[in-house]
Design a protein around this ligand. Structure first.
Ligand code: ZN
Length: 213
């Protein structure tokens, strides 16, 4: 057992500690986005212990941030796969659940199956990790709709994040540094990664073409 309800951060083994550092870093990047007046979303299984980590709870307490639940079967997927999205994006706040979809059945996420995509046997959970096309399309359409109606104000208010409950600016800064393992500016960290730079540029191009449509 790696984590429990009362010990969501685990028991100090290497695997769990490394995962915690990644989670803390994601929170730092999300906080940085909010401080800059920008959007973020973090996705993980809904029943995950990640939502109870101290850093994630801090992010959850910020004004405008909501943990939204959805079931991937509601987007036409074969698995129920209840998923949580922690976000400040207004267009992601309403997501469908299993009961909202027409009658359907679920494939259980158990055992191993043949993946035609990878041409080898994989765990069912690995095969289900991919986002459903229906979900991607629904999110893209929701974003597009939102942009159309918010042309004048496409960004959240800058610095709303600073009003984090019960924590001074210095404490927040300390937590942020801890989360980035001493890297003071998460943005530099993201910029130093070739891959994220490329994805960011693509996303920016996408925004520009949508904004201009
Ligand atoms: Zn369902």
């Amino acid at each position: 057992m790696l984590r429990t309800e009362t010990r969501p951060e685990g028991f100090g083994d290497q695997q769990t500690d490394e995962a915690n550092i990644i989670a803390d870093r994601c929170v730092s990047l999300a906080e940085n986005q909010m401080d800059e007046g920008k959007w973020f979303s973090l996705e993980n299984p809904e029943p995950s212990y990640i939502w109870n980590l101290e850093s994630v709870k801090r992010l959850r307490n910020r004004p405008g941030v909501t943990l939204v639940g959805l079931d991937q079967c509601a987007f036409g997927g074969p698995f129920k796969k209840s998923t949580g999205i922690l976000t400040n994006c207004p267009w992601l706040m309403r997501q469908p659940r299993c009961g909202d979809a027409p009658r359907h059945t679920h494939t259980k996420l158990e055992g191993r199956i043949w993946s035609y995509r990878e041409n080898r046997e994989v765990w069912m959970t690995a095969e289900a990790a991919e986002y459903r096309t229906g979900m991607c399309e629904a999110w893209a359409e929701a974003w597009l709709e939102w942009l159309k109606t918010h042309k004048d104000k496409p960004h959240p208010a800058r610095g709303v994040a600073a009003a984090s409950k019960g924590m001074t600016g210095a404490e927040q800064e300390f937590q942020r540094r801890k989360g980035t393992r001493g890297r003071d500016v998460p943005r530099w960290d993201a910029q130093s990664s070739q891959g994220s730079h490329r994805v960011g540029r693509l996303a920016h191009l996408g925004c520009t073409s949508i904004g201009g449509a």
